[in-house]
Design a protein around this ligand. Structure first.
Ligand code: C2E
Ligand code: MG
Ligand code: MG
Ligand code: MG
Length: 282
């Protein structure tokens, strides 16, 4: 009986493993085909300055136009990182982001996975893909997990990039493992407040978290951007707390470069303008 049971166990495990491997193989092939077939597109989401309500930049967010429909990065990006496929895909996306920045006439923030940054020759590849010049139009968003890689090498790369004029932003700040003390030695320009903290603004202690990030940024001379701003009350609270650059569905959704100007005339952005005007005149 013992033997039978374990034999069954082994068979089941085998099947599951085989199915998993087949699925992985499929996804790997699909991602490779997608890159060759031009199925990846950068969408752009506006970042506004609260004082002027001008769009001061965008964040580029990858979208995969799979033949069966749109696939959001949450479904495949982790796999692309694990397999290293993010490296060639990321190179393609930097070229796309440069074209987008020029088309929109706006700076662009490009997300970089830890796996990409840790690649030997990352800086050389980026210089090739972005092309020389217009470095002031590029911000790189890295997460705290990038700082768990070979820190000396990562810092080295960041210093080189900043010397070119690239801005470095720490994405999802406060959700990772980087210690506050380490910030002082990191060559960074921007802290990006994670959307979880924006969502929790009306929870007990929520305001204190944002206050802490803002004063930390001030102490180190860093810019602050809030992401995931969905409601006007969140927008106004953030501005009151000293966050002047904001991004989120309230202002505009990520959309193709062609549709971004239309997205920004949408009613939601009008509500921001209204609320700001009301505040100024009161
Ligand atoms: P992220 O960089 O933190 O990007 C913010 C995510 O929040 C995006 O999801 C964006 O569409 C979404 N978002 C923006 N405003 C709002 C809002 O008001 N409410 C809510 N609920 N969500 C909002 P997305 O596009 O699915 O991207 C997910 C993550 O995938 C990104 O998080 C980033 O880490 C990664 N990613 C996206 N594009 C790229 C890329 O080109 N390269 C790399 N390496 N990673 C990317
Ligand atoms: Mg980001
Ligand atoms: Mg983020
Ligand atoms: Mg995030």
């Amino acid at each position: 009986f013992e033997g039978k049971r374990s034999r069954v166990g082994v068979v089941v495990f085998d099947d599951a493993l085989r199915a998993r491997m087949r699925a992985d193989q499929n996804l790997r092939r699909e991602l490779t085909d997608a890159l060759a077939g031009g199925e990846f597109e950068m969408y752009y989401q506006a970042i506004v300055d609260a004082a002027t309500l001008e769009v001061v930049g965008t964040e580029a967010l990858v979208r995969w136009h799979h033949p069966d429909g749109l696939r959001m990065p949450g479904y495949w990006l982790g796999f692309a990182e694990e397999t290293g496929l993010i490296v060639p895909i990321g190179r393609h996306l930097v070229r796309a982001a440069r074209a987008g920045a020029h088309r929109l006439g706006l700076p662009v923030a490009v997300n970089v996975a830890a796996r990409q940054l840790a690649e030997p020759g990352y800086v050389r590849a980026l210089r090739e893909d972005w092309g020389e010049g217009d470095w002031h139009l590029l911000t790189l968003e890295i997460t705290e997990s990038a700082l768990l890689q070979d820190l000396a090498q990562v810092i080295d790369s960041l210093i080189t990039l900043r010397a070119l004029g690239v801005r470095i932003s720490i994405d999802d700040f406060g959700t990772g493992y980087s210690s506050f003390a380490r910030l002082a030695v990191l060559p960074v320009d921007v802290l990006k407040i994670d959307q979880a903290f924006v969502r929790d603004l009306d929870e007990p202690g929520g305001v204190a978290v944002v206050q802490a990030i803002v004063s930390l940024a001030k102490a180190h001379g860093l810019d602050v951007v809030a992401e995931g701003v969905e409601r006007i009350d969140q927008f106004e609270t953030l501005v009151d707390l000293g966050v002047h650059k904001l991004q989120g569905f309230l202002i505009g959704r990520p959309t193709s470069a062609a549709s971004l100007p239309v997205e920004l005339t949408a009613a939601s952005f009008g509500r921001v303008v209204e609320s700001r005007t009301r505040r100024e005149s009161s």
